[in-house]
Design a protein around this ligand. Structure first.
Ligand code: NAP
Length: 445
């Protein structure tokens, strides 16, 4: 049913002037939005009390054959022309990237239109300025779809937890990283091999760099940390590491010790400031996030009043992301023109972001060492002098024909600078064969 038809059937008393929407981008998400508005337009009307009418669309290539039906929609060949139309209330920016998305979003906001976007890259780079522009023009910039697709995280942080002082946001926010690490864990194969298979089967972006280097997770974390901790909306303060260095042998050993490896995005309040980091980390297998497999996302939030809240769901894909876009459209339909203007998200006096060396983690260490007496005591001595307590040690006997044994350590939580100091000494040990492999480990949530 079209929004117009839905409007005709609206309950008595519902507003009948539709919210008029123009859509930029007809790819995975844009196509999903067209389809979902068609399918669930009536539900949206019932919940928001005002019809949402998709009026016109634009994409790069007007002649491209498309699987979706655009019946009844005007195709505007030039995106700029769509944004300039005076008969629209909302522009949906579903193009992605910085340009031309930024220019188009600025033009839409400046001309008094609300904008709904799924573009985390744009938000992480220019979000602060765009939100300010929205405020100046008395309109909203909504972005539920920019972080973790189908999970209503933004609304939860902005509204559901508005009465909480947030303590931590810890999440698996990149489906590609989680898919690769899950496959390495289950199949015992190396990173490069899993990535190659995932690419061949179309499970990754054509260029997966932003995913596997942790940049996509950092952009999402920047958005969440602004909402949760009032930090300025930008990703350049996020300590960012990816998963390309992870070795499958460590996933196997970690599993034997009762841990799972996941790529985490962490924003955590400490008395000295906010930890803001994305990197691979081990989790105890009973940790609420550890049981998240394949391309799924999961986020654990902790508010001082609400306590822990776990959300798990699809982080990407046409339908889940369209679900988030429709949530924003429903909000606008319910509140425009009487709704609240864009509120400043960043605090006037935001807390300090801690440096990577100030962050607290426990650690997993793997070393290959000569198999002779006194070796364990030497390593333990260095850790102890750096202020690092050992929680568990496990020694793997040398395989037949090998002279070197593998020793695994699990430490207690310490500031990263302590571990850096210990590693600088450990690598100089003459009994050491090869590198000191280390992974952070999160005991607490
Ligand atoms: N895919 C997901 O699962 C997902 C999940 C969460 C968030 N997002 C975000 O959603 C946004 C869209 O992603 P997507 O996966 O839907 O991208 P996509 O499939 O690559 O689609 C991009 C669309 O933008 C259009 N476009 C490109 N340049 C344009 C221009 N200069 N003017 C007008 N239209 C232009 C393209 O037109 P043509 O079709 O003519 O080429 C295409 O329709 C991105 O910000 C992405 O980060 C995506």
């Amino acid at each position: 049913m079209s929004p117009q038809e839905a409007r005709a059937r609206a309950a008595p008393g519902t507003a009948t002037v539709p919210l008029r929407v123009g859509l930029l981008g007809l790819g995975t998400v844009g196509g999903g939005v067209v389809e979902l508005l068609h399918r669930n337009g009536e539900l949206l009307l019932r919940r928001s009390g005002r019809p949402v009418q998709l009026v016109c669309v634009s994409a790069r290539d007007a002649t491209k054959p498309r699987a979706l039906s655009l019946d009844g929609l005007e195709f505007v060949p030039e995106a700029r022309r769509l944004v300039e139309r005076p008969d629209l209330d909302v522009v949906l920016e579903l193009i992605g990237g910085l340009e031309p998305a930024e220019t188009l979003v600025r033009a839409a906001l400046a001309s008094g239109k609300h904008v709904v976007t799924a573009n985390k890259a744009l938000l992480a780079a220019r979000g602060g300025e765009l939100l300010a522009l929205a405020r100046q023009n008395g309109v909203r910039l909504a972005f539920e779809a920019a972080v973790c697709g189908g999970m209503p995280l933004i609304k939860l942080l902005r509204e559901g937890l508005a009465g909480n002082r947030l303590e931590s946001i810890i999440g698996i926010v990149n489906g590609t990283c989680n898919y690769i690490l899950s496959a390495m864990e289950e199949q015992g194969t190396d990173f490069a091999e899993v990535l190659k298979a995932a690419r061949a089967q179309g499970y990754t972006e054509a260029d997966p760099t932003a995913d596997i280097q942790g940049l996509d997770a950092a952009q999402k974390l920047a958005v969440l940390a602004t909402l949760g901790f009032g930090l300025p909306l930008r990703d350049d303060k996020v300590h960012t590491e990816g998963i390309a260095e992870v070795e499958s042998v460590d996933l196997r050993y970690a599993r034997e010790l009762g841990y799972r490896l996941r790529h985490l995005a962490i924003a955590r309040r400490r008395p000295e400031g906010i930890e803001l980091r994305t990197h691979p980390a081990l989790l105890p297998e009973q940790h609420p996030l550890a049981d998240t497999h394949g391309a799924m996302n999961a986020v654990l939030l902790r508010g001082d009043a609400a306590g822990p809240i776990l959300l798990r769901g699809a982080g990407a894909g046409a339908s889940p992301t369209a679900s988030a876009v429709l949530a924003d459209l429903g909000d606008l339909a319910a509140t425009v023109p009487h709704g609240h203007p864009e509120a400043p998200l960043d605090a006037t006096d935001p807390p300090r972001v801690l440096t990577a060396t100030e962050t607290l983690s426990a650690y997993y260490l793997r070393m290959q060492v000569e198999d002779r007496p006194g070796v364990l005591a030497g390593i333990s001595g260095i850790l102890s002098e750096a202020g690092i307590s050992i929680e568990a040690v496990s020694q793997k006997e040398p395989l037949q024909g090998e002279r070197h044994a593998t020793i695994l350590f699990i430490t207690r939580e310490v500031p990263e600078q302590h571990m850096d100091a210990a590693r600088a000494r450990l690598v100089k040990l003459p009994i050491l064969h090869g590198a000191v492999t280390w992974l952070r480990l999160l005991h607490t949530d």
